[in-house]
Design a protein around this ligand. Structure first.
Ligand code: COA
Length: 258
């Protein structure tokens, strides 16, 4: 049986590819299990500085949950399928940067997976949507929460209540993706940026992510105070000494992650 998750390396970047192109990379139970295992291995691998997630083939990033698995399922079956740990939560709290490289259909659970990443780079041919309403269900991978936080309640309502698909230009306009590039440049542009990010201090990346993520939970006063504490914490690291020294000596820093 073909592997549902392909893992490649390019320097310090790990590229995870959901590999069910004949089903437009729909997320089934096996994909979830394999993705969790791949992320667990990457989390403890110091040679990986950043992660890129994408879909196999030209057509689709991830076309949602595998609808075939929904037929005949009871609430108990579904609750079991949605047991913790969930990929959306693991990805949104992952200590290393995670970038969605969106190469085509980005629908339902696929869109929710992209929303769980730190940011999103899309091909100009990508299409986005939360079509669950057309199946008599609602987004269940955090879509009602993360989409509305990213694009605002009004745009989230429009997409979730209509199930309509939007193109990459519109997704960019409403803030659902951070960068749109021509399809044939998607991989090169994404890996160039991911590579530069993966070359930063792993310790500082982790703290920067933690501080930005705190903005989703804290008031502005709490968040700014938390940021100040994390900023000062950076002053205890060897990488802060090295970063500042390298600047003053007009050379590239050599990070140690300490
Ligand atoms: N779950 C299971 N199978 C899926 C799937 C999904 N979410 N999305 C696509 N597929 C399968 C199709 O059933 C088809 O399989 P088959 O060849 O064995 O019949 C194959 O992938 C290709 O899809 P197809 O529908 O033929 O491609 P298309 O170009 O005509 O349409 C979409 C593309 C994305 C518009 C259409 O596949 C679609 O609407 N998918 C479901 C999207 C969705 O509702 N996602 C949310 C799920 S909660």
């Amino acid at each position: 049986m073909a592997k549902t998750i392909l893992v490649e390396r390019e320097g310090r970047v790990a590229i995870l590819t959901v590999n069910r192109p004949d089903k437009l990379n729909a997320l089934n139970d096996q994909v979830r299990v394999d993705l969790l295992a791949a992320l667990a291995a990457i989390e403890t691998d110091d040679s990986v500085g950043a992660v890129v997630i994408t879909g196999a083939g030209e057509k689709s990033f991830i076309a949602g949950a595998d609808i075939g698995e929904f037929a005949g399922r009871t609430p108990f079956d579904q609750r079991h399928a949605m047991r913790s740990p969930r990929i959306f939560d693991i990805m949104s709290t992952f200590p290393k940067p995670v970038i969605a490289m969106i190469n085509g259909f980005c629908l339902g659970g696929g869109c929710e997976l992209a929303l769980s990443c730190d940011f999103r780079i899309a091909s100009d041919k990508a299409r986005f949507g939360q079509p669950e309403i057309k199946l008599g269900i609602i987004p269940g991978g955090g879509g009602t929460q993360r989409l509305s936080r990213l694009v605002g309640v009004g745009q989230a309502m429009r997409l979730i209540l209509s199930g309509d698909m939007i193109d990459a230009a519109e997704a960019s306009r409403i803030g659902l993706v951070e960068l749109v590039v021509p399809a044939d440049e998607l991989r090169a542009k994404t890996l160039e940026l991911a590579g530069r990010i993966a070359g930063m201090s792993p310790l500082t990346l982790k703290i920067a992510k933690e501080s930005v993520r705190a903005s989703e939970k804290m008031s502005i006063e709490e968040g700014v105070t938390y940021e100040r504490d994390l900023f000062c914490l950076c002053f205890s690291s060897a990488d802060k000494e090295e970063g500042v020294k390298a600047f003053l000596e007009k050379r590239q820093p050599q990070w140690t992650g300490r």
